[in-house]
Design a protein around this ligand. Structure first.
Ligand SMILES: Nc1ncnc2c1ncn2[C@@H]1O[C@H](COP(=O)(O)OP(=O)(O)OP(=O)(O)O)[C@@H](O)[C@H]1O
Ligand SMILES: [Mg+2]
Length: 299
């Protein structure tokens, strides 16, 4: 089913954390650049009574909780208006869990923006559960913000040569064009090596020939998009190594990293490929995860 997203908003999820407010500023800039409205959404769970641990005492009457939720949304809307007073911004507090509510929002959104963490209490957590769940399942591209974003550095995209990363490459070109940034297309590759007994590898191979083959994969993946965005300066980068560590290392210099939700090794059941998963947790820059939409022309 083709969803018409021509008037679709940029949606940002807020939970009252400072990280979510960083996400609001980024989302506002994205909305301005894309000529789209911004929609601020807070998912709001009423305290549940009668858990297995015994009745939960709600310390605040429901009216007060509702008011707190509305106030949190209003603050986020103000933050967005500080970025651009002319940006159309709406805010809403919706009943439900963060993942369920924002998943639904993602159906009609052009882009979903989240902080990498929220109010959750586990200090060691690199990425919160809402951010993880939505990166894997949202119906639109997800931008996970980490701290105050930088405006220098290139946009970087991970290329594995599969059709599944086509949309990610297109998204990266659009972002680079919109930000006036260079684009670095990174393709990590490894020489074939036996990883276990019985593995079959060619006894003789020509490293130069293999490298040339990987060069070709990278060049072909980028070529079509480069034609559509002639104003974007593209650098192709072939790096020897496993994709996840390579992309994480490269992310240090980027203002944005873009990956597909799945890659060449895609296992049907996995919501997020292993490389996307690792980069989501360890990237040092903001990260966009772009799902391949079955049956959709990449555009
Ligand atoms: N209730 C919510 N309503 C709207 N957006 C939310 C909500 N909770 C989280 N988010 C969004 O998701 C981002 C990441 O928050 P997340 O909840 O994943 O991390 P956390 O709170 O640190 O971890 P966890 O909740 O798993 O303990 C937030 O910055 C915010 O953008
Ligand atoms: Mg949370």
């Amino acid at each position: 089913m083709m969803t018409d997203r021509s008037g679709a908003p940029v949606v940002v999820g807020v939970d009252g954390s400072a990280t979510a407010l960083d996400a609001v500023r980024v989302a506002a800039r994205e909305a301005v650049a894309r000529h789209r409205p911004l929609r601020v959404v807070h998912a709001f769970l009423w305290p549940v009574l009668g858990t297995p641990l015994g009745p939960v005492v709600a310390t605040l009457p429901h009216e007060d909780l509702r008011r707190e939720a509305d106030k949190l949304v209003a603050e986020a809307v103000d933050e967005a208006r500080k970025v651009d007073a002319d940006l159309p911004v709406t805010g809403v507090a919706r009943d439900g869990g963060a993942v369920a509510v924002l998943l639904e929002e993602s159906r009609d959104a052009a882009l979903l923006v989240l902080g990498h963490r929220g109010l959750g209490g586990f200090a060691e957590l690199l990425v919160g559960s809402a951010a993880v769940g939505l990166s894997a399942r949202a119906d639109c591209p997800v931008l996970v913000v980490r701290g105050e974003p930088r405006a220098d550095g290139p946009v970087m995209v991970g290329v594995d040569g599969s059709a599944l990363s086509t949309e990610a490459i297109g998204f990266a070109f659009a972002e680079a064009a919109q930000r006036g940034a260079d684009l670095v297309a990174v393709h990590a590759w490894l020489y074939p090596a036996p990883v276990g007994p019985g593995d079959i590898v060619p006894l003789v191979y020509d490293p130069e020939q293999l490298r040339a083959e990987e060069e070709r994969v990278l060049a072909e993946a980028v070529a079509g998009w480069a034609e559509r965005y002639p104003e974007v300066r593209v650098r192709r980068k072939l790096v020897a190594g496993a994709p996840a560590p390579v992309l994480v290392a490269e992310s240090a210099d980027a203002q944005l990293v873009v990956v597909g939700a799945h890659g060449r090794g895609s296992l049907g059941g996995l919501l997020l490929g292993s490389v996307s998963h690792a980069v989501l947790h360890h990237a040092r820059s903001p990260l966009a995860i772009v799902r391949h939409r079955r049956g959709h022309a990449a555009s």
